[in-house]
Write a protein that binds this ligand. Structure first.
Ligand code: NAD
Length: 508
């Protein structure tokens, strides 16, 4: 927990926090183990007060080229020649340094995204756990010996691809970076990382903190916009593996670019996750899970429970409890310990969410809670919106089909099991889902029938190193967080050796 004390207005507190967090740090690109500035820079804004935190370089193709060249040199040199054990030790040393800087990273993450500082602290810790996990499991990686014949010795090894181009969005900058950088480095690749343009700060710092630990060029960071930096990275002939997290439409572009070079690609895309509340569920618990599922991170989670499917027999009681949960959420300064819900991360996201609330009303859904922008005292220019619940939603409505990416829940009623499963699966995404029930058999049956990469039973969002996460359908290709993720950053090689007949050696 942070022990900082503020006694001004929210705006004054934020200006002070920004000054402290940026005082001794240069927020430049990080290429070949050194700062790389640029004449053109752009601002990253604090969503609580709508004012700049700092500026970062507006990189372009030239910086991408330099970063890929540096990563290639490191792969051909110092990093690429290390053993698994040496890489593991180096990554763990880096994690130790990052842990020493956890407080600083959490403040940067909170200022950049608007997420409550307590959440940012938790997420920074989790992010480091993921990197550490891959540094540990790489030590146990081994190939296979394949008994194919008496006169042959065949075995496999796993090799890194080379340079991995990693692109992340703005909703969980630290965690999503860790999900990619951890396995990519542990597997032996070098990295060119492109953080989201509106949340570049934590990635900048973790790269700078590799200094003296990872060889120059092992982890490079290039800042900038999707079409100016992201696209050149996905088209680059020097990039051997791509991993992208973001919107499904951008994922399409990344996959097409990867196809031009036949570059292997991992895609972690959007979601429209159902949370199915069966009539036997503990309703108070279900309401609390539903609220956490859609209001954590102000609803800007790919796996958010954005569709709450409720059995008709318990609908009224559940909705009352759900409303109570929403009403109890404290909207305010993310730097305050009491805040549950911060602002949307950007003005663009704020406008998008407002538009969807308008769409929901026009489509005939019943607004039972929230729906309005709010301005906590002293943060008049912040991008805050009340936790919002729509009832009487039909699954065909746009608010039930499209990813809003904000604190907006859609309650949909069902009358039997088959209808619940049909509604749950009737979206183009399949990232995550949830089930509330006290019946173990029902939980297993529903888990089997729902088309999603994750099914949470009587809980939301629990992910730990080792539990694979990723999507069915338009939610993506591949899995992150699991042991299998390491394989996505490696290619296997088969070595097949002919063994001469010992008798022929003796001239018989
Ligand atoms: P986005 O697709 O707009 O941007 C993601 C990243 O891609 C950014 O860094 C952006 O600059 C870059 N980019 C944009 N255009 C590009 C292009 N043509 N080529 C290469 N890179 C490009 O997504 P966003 O709005 O930043 O993030 C929100 C989306 O991310 C949501 O759809 C959410 O569901 C998804 N998401 C998925 C997961 C998951 O694990 N499945 C996790 C978090 C977020």
């Amino acid at each position: 927990m942070s022990d900082r004390i503020f006694d001004g207005t929210i705006a004054e507190n934020h200006r002070q926090a920004i000054e402290e967090a940026t005082a001794n740090v240069q927020f430049d690109a990080w290429i070949d183990g050194a700062h790389e500035s640029a004449t053109e820079r752009f601002e990253t804004l604090d969503p609580v007060i709508g004012q700049p935190i700092t500026t970062v370089p507006r990189c372009g193709e030239e910086a991408v080229d330099s970063a890929v060249e540096a990563a290639t040199r490191a792969f051909d040199g110092a990093w690429g020649s290390m053993t698994q054990a040496q890489r593991s030790t180096a990554i763990l040393d880096w994690v130790d340094v990052l842990r020493d800087h956890s407080d600083e990273l959490a403040v940067l993450e909170s200022l950049d995204t608007g997420k409550p500082l307590s959440n940012a602290e938790f997420e920074v810790g989790k992010a480091l756990d993921y990197i550490e996990y891959y540094a540990h499991i790489i030590r146990g990686e081994q190939g296979n010996q394949i008994p194919i014949a008496d006169d042959a010795h065949a075995y496999t090894t796993q090799e890194a691809y080379g340079v991995a181009g990693l692109i992340v969005p703005w909703n969980y900058p630290m965690i999503l970076t860790a999900w990619k950088v951890g396995p990519a480095l542990a597997a032996g690749n070098t990295v060119v990382l492109k953080p989201a343009e509106n949340t570049p700060l934590s990635a900048t710092r973790i790269a700078q903190l590799t200094e003296g630990i990872l060889p120059a060029g092992t982890l490079n960071v290039v800042h900038g916009f999707g079409d100016e930096v992201g696209a050149p990275l996905t088209h680059h002939a020097g990039v051997d593996k791509l991993s992208f997290t973001g919107e499904d439409r951008t994922g399409e572009k990344v996959m097409k670019a990867a196809a031009d070079q036949i570059t292997p690609v991992t895609l972690e895309l959007g979601g429209k996750s159902p949370f199915v509340v069966f009539p036997d569920a503990d309703l108070e618990r279900a309401a609390s899970i539903a609220a956490e599922g859609i209001f954590y991170n102000t609803g800007q989670s790919c796996d958010a429970f954005s569709r709450t499917l409720v059995h008709e027999d318990v609908h009224d009681e559940f909705v009352e409890l759900f409303e109570g949960e929403a009403a109890s959420m404290v909207i305010g300064d993310p730097l305050s310990d009491s805040t549950d819900v911060g602002p949307l991360a950007s003005e663009q996201q704020f406008e998008k969410v407002r538009e969807y609330i308008e769409v929901g009303t026009q489509e005939g859904a019943t607004l039972v809670h929230g729906g309005k922008p709010v301005a906590p005292d002293g943060a008049d220019d912040g991008w805050f919106i009340q936790p919002t619940i729509f009832d009487d939603v039909d699954n065909d409505m746009r608010i039930a089909q499209e990813e809003i990416f904000g604190p907006v829940a859609s309650v949909i009623t069902f009358s039997d099991y088959d209808e619940a499963i049909a509604i749950a699966n009737d979206v183009e995404f399949g990232l995550a889902s949830g089930v509330a029930t006290t019946d173990l058999s029902l939980a297993h049956r529903a888990a089997d029938d729902i088309d999603a990469g994750t099914v949470w039973v009587n809980q939301y969002g629990r992910l730990v190193p080792g539990t694979p996460f990723g999507g069915f359908k338009r939610s993506g290709i591949g899995r992150e967080c699991g042991k299998e993720t390491l394989r996505k950053y490696q290619q296997s090689k088969t070595i097949n050796i002919a063994l001469d007949d010992p008798a022929s050696d003796r001239g018989e």
